[in-house]
Design a protein around this ligand. Structure first.
Ligand SMILES: [Zn+2]
Length: 173
């Protein structure tokens, strides 16, 4: 904290110092970057502060990279208090729908050949039904069986939506 005897920092200097980090990161819009550049050229104090920051950043950039231990994520998560975890629920909930992804279906359902065979059988039966070569109800039954891998994917997806909706409603706000 500054002593009260010191004169207050002029607005230009304050604004320049607020922008210094972005200026050094080169993330400032051109106009603001130019304003910092011009101010620093005229102002000794800000110029000194910029030089200090710059050498600090150079020193930080020069540090050797550190490899995080393998269990780093797990340890960080374990260190989060349960209350804080609960407080993050609104942030987490949009990500809940990953619960039952396509990848979690049994391998035989996922297999491309099973799905294409199912689709092919369904298409064939439906075509036969459309041209009147098979009984309507029987055709739809066979089509349903033929579609089953596809159907089960859709049903899984539907039940996932219902499950997620239920879970989200049960989370206390
Ligand atoms: Zn200044």
């Amino acid at each position: 904290m500054k002593a009260e005897t010191q004169p207050p920092t002029p607005p230009d200097c304050r604004q320049t110092r607020d922008r210094m980090q972005d200026y050094l990161d080169q993330t400032l819009p051109k106009r603001e970057s130019l304003a910092v550049f011009l101010h620093v050229r005229e102002c000794g104090e800000c110029s000194a502060q910029l030089a200090t920051l710059q050498s600090l950043y150079e020193w930080l950039d020069g540090l050797p990279p550190l490899e995080a231990p393998a269990d780093f994520d797990a340890r960080v998560l374990a260190a989060v208090p349960y209350a804080a975890y609960r407080a993050m629920a609104p942030l987490r909930s949009p990500r809940v729908p990953v619960l039952l992804e396509h990848e979690s279906l049994p391998a035989w359902v996922r297999s491309r050949s099973v799905r294409s065979v199912g689709l092919f059988a369904a298409a064939a039966v439906l075509a036969a039904a459309a041209t009147g070569h098979a009984g309507g109800a029987a055709a739809w039954t066979v089509a349903g069986i033929g579609c089953s891998p596809e159907l089960s994917v859709r049903l899984q997806s539907l039940s996932r939506r219902i499950y997620v909706a239920t879970v989200q409603r049960s989370i206390p706000r």
